[in-house]
Design a protein around this ligand. Structure first.
Ligand code: GDD
Ligand code: MN
Length: 377
């Protein structure tokens, strides 16, 4: 086309804008990025595509390896994010950085089979809103890529997802999919930035906006990781549960609030355990036991929130200790709010448990809102 031959006054040649952008989030995938580029070149021959790595400052130097590749291939680039972690937000930022009409999201560890990309492209070109690389649709397989425990968890998550998505999804947990860029732009403001499961979030958000996306499945076999290790962890599972609950409430309760509340409950268990230890096992005056239990629970809540609820803006170094101090302060004020509200409601002749719950709810909303402003900004 004419664009190819057009040159500007300073004779900088312009290339034809790509039709497909492949977005690859990476964290510690140093050894995988070069083989990935080679494989994509084979799989996407004849297609005008670009590749965008989004790296969260991997300690193994993945970004340097990716930049090295972009010096050799003018359709490869890398965005390096500092002080951030998160698969979903990395994918979102990669997609937002391209003008290609079709975008694919794919893992950087070669577990996703790049050979099905042309089939996915054919589906979206033909009008599908989203083409999902599916491990469970006919012909696909989770192969040896997943342990039995993960297979079970993945199946359960699939069933939970169908509940919130409003349509049967063969593999809603898939991290391998392609969609029209404009669909993404349309729902992007409503997506959660937390967690691993951007596809599920996309489908649910588009459906809630009144346009259930037309989804095409393209089966593939999930491969073994080439090198490095999975970042899947119990924390990721909890983050998924938070996202799921949040979607179930129609997005009314943000994922981060649900996770914060969940952490609060675990803190309560810690509090009671310490209290029991210091009153029955190694008896101390009650006041001492109560103070130690409170501080232990607050400290626990702080650190767990830091790695779970706010994994995407985790505090480190000096900010971590400052954050802990602010957290103690906010929670103490929250405690005062808790007791005051509970007493007022109790005075109004409510049953103690209702008064107690109202106080606890009040202080969790308070702690959540205030620490979002002052601790995890
Ligand atoms: N930028 C960035 N930031 N990338 C990340 C982060 C992060 O915090 N965490 C993980 N990644 C990158 C990894 O480097 C890899 O390229 C990809 O995201 C997937 O991470 P894995 O740790 O390999 O996840 P998995 O193999 O256990 O699960 C993946 O595949 C499943 C099947 O499609 C994920 O994509 C799951 O969402 C998916 O269900
Ligand atoms: Mn993987």
């Amino acid at each position: 086309m004419s664009v190819l031959t057009k040159t500007s006054a300073t004779s900088i040649a312009t290339r034809q804008a790509p039709e497909l952008a492949v977005i690859v989030p990476t964290f510690n995938e140093h050894d995988n990025v070069a083989p990935l580029v080679e494989r994509l070149e084979v799989a996407l021959a004849g297609i005008n595509w670009e590749l965008i790595f989004v790296d969260d400052n991997s300690p193994d130097g993945t970004a340097d390896a990716a930049w090295e590749l972009s010096r050799l291939h003018d359709n490869v680039r890398c965005i390096k994010r500092l002080g951030r972690r998160g698969l979903s937000s990395a994918c979102a930022e990669g997609i937002l950085s391209t003008s290609a009409p079709f975008v694919a999201v794919m893992d950087g560890d070669l577990q996703h089979d790049e050979a099905i990309l042309p089939a996915m492209l054919a589906k979206v070109r033909a009008g599908a809103d989203i083409a999902v690389g599916s491990r469970y649709a006919g012909g696909g397989s989770a192969g040896d890529g997943l342990s039995p425990l993960r297979l079970w968890g993945s199946n359960l998550a699939t069933r939970l997802s169908t509940l919130v998505a409003g349509q049967e999804l063969a593999d809603p947990m898939s991290g391998f999919f392609m969609l029209r860029r404009d669909l993404f732009i349309d729902v992007a403001p409503q997506l959660s930035s937390e967690g691993f499961k951007i596809l599920l979030d996309l489908v649910v958000t588009a459906t809630r906006k009144g346009t259930p996306p037309a989804i095409a499945q393209v089966p593939y076999t999930f491969r073994q990781r080439l090198s490095g290790e999975s970042k899947m962890s119990p924390l990721v599972v909890l983050q998924f549960l938070g996202l799921w609950l949040s979607k179930l409430t129609g997005g009314l309760l943000p994922t981060s609030f649900l996770l914060f509340a969940l952490v609060g409950f675990s803190g309560l268990a810690i509090h009671l355990a310490v209290l029991w230890l210091l009153t029955s096992v190694a008896p101390q005056p009650f006041l001492v036991a109560q103070i130690v239990a409170t501080i232990t629970a607050m400290t626990w809540n702080f650190f767990i929130n830091n790695i779970l609820t706010y994994a995407d803006r985790k505090l480190h170094g000096a900010k971590l200790w400052m954050g802990l101090l602010i957290f103690y302060l906010v929670c103490s004020l929250g405690g005062i709010a808790n007791v005051s509200i509970a007493s007022v409601i109790y005075e109004a002749r409510a049953v103690p448990i209702v008064a107690g719950l109202a106080g606890a709810l009040m202080s969790s909303v308070f702690n959540y809102s205030v620490t979002r402003i002052f601790t995890w900004k």
